[in-house]
Ligand binder design. Structure first.
Ligand SMILES: *[C@@H]1O[C@H](CO)[C@@H](O)[C@H](O)[C@H]1NC(C)=O
Length: 188
């Protein structure tokens, strides 16, 4: 009996390990091939590593068996990332941690951009669920404008320093992950 239990435990463990290896290999290959495939690898030197790290961070990714599963994980990650960045900006405004009234105005503009972006990301996820990758891709192209235009509010004529520069840069990548995975999945 004990031996049988050991055997069962071993089989479960072994199964779990191979499953993780399958998911990890899928994540690595997908993140690696995406930027090359779009010819954008030089623009985002960190893309591959950020893509792998963020997908692995979500436990759902361990259940992924194909690129469609990974797209779902990336789509959900992008939503929670944007929500977090939005909360950070709301907190800065609420606690009056901004450097100037001009900076406050820019942060308020960013909140509007994030709201639009959030709308696009949710709509993108719904398109993915329906298997409509073309429309989903457009939503991601729109959503990525939120962190990009938010940064431009600071670095444009205003010459203010964005308090969420790092967060916005990461958010761009987090939105590009599902976008580029979709491009890879729909490439003929
Ligand atoms: C966004 O996601 C990245 C990658 O998982 C993470 O490092 C970063 O802290 C997240 N940002 C926020 C504000 O949650």
């Amino acid at each position: 009996m004990k031996m049988l239990m050991n055997l069962v435990a071993f089989a479960l463990l072994f199964n779990g390990c191979t499953a993780n290896k399958v998911a990890d290999a899928l994540i690595q290959n997908s993140c690696k091939e995406v930027p090359k495939f779009t010819g954008m690898v030089s623009r985002w030197p960190h893309f591959e590593n950020d893509c792998i790290a963020s997908l692995k961070e979500n436990p759902q990714s361990q259940k992924a068996r194909n690129i469609d599963d990974l797209i779902m994980v990336g789509a959900n990650n992008a939503i929670s990332n944007l929500t977090n960045v939005k909360r950070i900006v709301e907190k800065i405004i609420k606690e009056r941690k901004y450097k100037s009234s001009l900076s406050k105005k820019s942060l308020e503009d960013c909140l509007k951009l994030y709201s639009k972006g959030s709308h696009s990301l949710i709509s993108g996820l719904n398109y993915i669920k329906k298997g409509n990758f073309d429309d989903a891709e457009h939503e991601y192209t729109d959503a990525v404008k939120a962190p990009i235009f938010c940064e431009l509010k600071f670095n444009g004529d205003n010459q203010q320093i964005s308090p969420v520069k790092k967060e916005n840069n990461l958010l761009v990548t987090m939105i590009q992950i599902p976008e580029l995975l979709i491009m890879k999945a729909t490439w003929h």
